[in-house]
Design a protein around this ligand. Structure first.
Ligand code: 3PG
Length: 380
């Protein structure tokens, strides 16, 4: 496994895949732990006099948070000086890449704006054809996206000498040490991407607590109609049939918190359907889950329990994180949003076993799956 120690970067063009994907509130990209941590490798490469071309994404096509990286560039500048070009494979990007001086970094726009990012098997892929000839070395520093079979993760190692960045190195080293396999691990699966949770659900023996957008889906899978939430989640309902056979492993919430004119109202599951949005697990569920956490010897929490950026609905996330911080369990915490929640609500980071910046990738990794981004680098 090659690292930044294995190359001389002086005067070389380095294609660096990093992860800047962050929360967006009312169109404003929030400063995040991911953006801050991405700066570590960028700054090291700058010190080593590389000419750095940064590839990153925000959101997925069709989602509300699928947007340009212009704001990310501004935020990243707090931690590492970078230029930004609103282009990826066009003339402006090529010119900006060619004009880079040693020790300078350039962030290209959202790599997922180019459809070919999603077609790694395609012959004459535009991303590869344009960017590979402009670079000398490829560095992957985006462990959190390594579960995706996408060009910026899997293709460049075929064309360029490659290595991992400091953040990916840190994640891999930490995860090797945290071994949850032999333990009767308690899983707390939440966040905004329920599809990422399914993989682990298949692997878990029992003891799965569900929060975030995964909680309503599991409740729907148990046969309950939640009302408005069923409509809101219509694009995710395809997951219900995957959850159904696993329901015996899940400890379903006993209540959920709905948003009534920005006020938190707890509603017992039996009292649904409701015409309001569900934004958190309810108070009784917080109590139930906190007791489970207290008794656990090993646990893994992925994703916030609710809308952690809106104070009344951050309650579940804060309470579960505090319960973990106060427990004796070996704990693994994952996902960009959960990292931001820990910082925002000033929960003592030292009380956790390891806090990963990865969500879906982390779950795939601990479920024992091969991550395409790692495989491409020859890492098992
Ligand atoms: C994440 O937020 O988990 C990573 O940035 C990966 O994003 P993705 O789920 O859109 O691929």
């Amino acid at each position: 496994m090659k690292t930044l120690n294995d190359f001389n970067f002086k005067n070389t063009h380095v294609l660096l895949r990093t992860d800047l994907n962050s929360t967006i509130i009312s169109g404003k990209v929030q400063d995040s732990e991911r953006i801050k941590e991405a700066a570590i490798t960028i700054n090291e490469l700058k010190r080593k006099k590389a000419k750095i071309i940064i590839l990153a994404h925000q959101g997925q096509p069709g989602e509300n948070d699928f947007t340009s990286l212009r704001q990310h560039a501004k935020l990243l500048n707090k931690y590492a000086k970078v230029k930004f070009v609103q282009d990826i494979i066009g003339k402006r990007a090529k010119k900006a890449i060619q004009e880079l001086k040693s020790g300078e970094a350039l962030l290209l726009d959202n790599i997922r704006f180019v459809k070919d990012e999603f077609r790694p098997a395609k012959e004459s892929n535009k991303l590869i054809a344009t960017l590979a000839p402009l670079a000398n070395i490829y560095v992957n520093d985006a462990f959190s996206v390594c579960h995706r079979n996408q060009v910026s993760l899997v293709s460049f190692p075929k064309y360029l000498p490659s290595c991992i960045g400091r953040l990916l190195e840190k994640e891999l080293n930490a995860l090797k040490k945290i071994n949850l396999k032999s333990k009767n691990t308690l899983y707390i699966l939440g966040g905004a991407k329920p599809e990422d949770n399914i993989k682990l659900l298949n692997k878990a023996k029992n003891n799965v607590l569900v929060t975030g957008t995964f909680a309503p889906l599991c409740i729907i899978a148990s046969g309950k109609n939640l009302g408005l939430q069923n409509k809101i989640m219509k694009d995710k309902l395809y997951l219900v049939k995957k959850i159904k056979p696993e329901l015996n492993k899940i400890i379903i919430p006993v209540d959920l918190a709905i948003n009534v004119n920005n006020k938190r109202v707890n509603v017992k599951i039996n009292n649904f359907p409701s015409n309001y949005k569900i934004l958190d697990i309810g108070d009784k569920t917080i109590e139930l889950y906190s007791n489970k956490i207290k008794k656990a010897r090993a646990l893994c929490m992925k994703g916030p329990a609710g809308n952690y950026s809106k104070k009344p609905f951050a309650k579940g996330t804060i309470a579960l994180l505090r319960a973990i911080a106060n427990s004796r369990a070996l704990s693994l915490i994952g996902g960009g949003h959960l990292n931001d929640a820990i910082s925002k609500y000033k929960i003592n980071k030292k009380r956790f076993g390891y806090i990963s910046l990865s969500g879906g990738a982390l779950l795939s990794y601990i479920a024992g799956e091969k991550l395409p981004g790692l495989v491409a680098l020859g890492i098992k």
